[in-house]
Write a protein of this length. Structure first.
Length: 173
């Protein structure tokens, strides 16, 4: 019995002097899915031109470390020179997202890439949240649209809009 008591005492002492596991830091995070609508004025043709692009993104399904944040949206217009059905480019380098909880996040994209993957026009923006909710976090937004139909680009007025999907991811410290 003394050996058992000695062994149990040694085990209790060993557990008591072991360092406690480090507390994990809270991680701010957000993942949203939704829809994206692009409107072009004038409509896109195969001739490069300066176009006003109006973007409306609606994030309807958000999972966030902030339980009050469940949805959001982006809406804005910007001018793009040299845009055509043959040359589509990524959007602006700064976005302001308005969240359902009254907060905003301003995102500065430092890297954007426009590609066609498996017949889908895809834009990826990577950057940092520069102000508002998730300030300092890393943002990766991915937009996907069907490539424009050549018939729409050749029609009078050109291609005036595109609809697609968007996935927004923000992670922080």
């Amino acid at each position: 019995m003394t050996r058992l008591t000695t062994a149990l005492t040694a085990l209790v002492l060993a557990i008591a002097i072991l360092p406690a596991p480090a507390a994990s830091a809270a991680v701010d995070s957000l993942t949203c899915t939704g829809t994206s609508h692009l409107a072009y004025s004038p409509g896109l043709t195969f001739t490069p031109q300066t176009v006003t692009l109006t973007e409306t993104d609606t994030y309807t399904s958000c999972v966030s470390s902030d339980p009050t944040l469940t949805s959001g949206h982006i809406s804005g217009s910007f001018t793009v020179a040299g845009l055509s059905c043959a040359y589509l480019t990524a959007g602006p380098d700064r976005y302001r997202v308005n969240w359902n909880n009254g907060q905003t996040s301003t995102i500065a994209f430092t890297e954007t890439e426009a590609t066609v993957v498996a017949g889908v026009q895809q834009y990826v923006g990577i950057g940092t949240v520069t102000s508002g909710e998730f300030n300092g976090g890393t943002a990766v937004f991915t937009w996907a649209y069907l490539p424009p139909s050549p018939l729409n680009c050749l029609a009078p007025g050109g291609l005036t809009s595109q609809n697609g999907t968007v996935i927004a991811n923000i992670t922080g410290l």
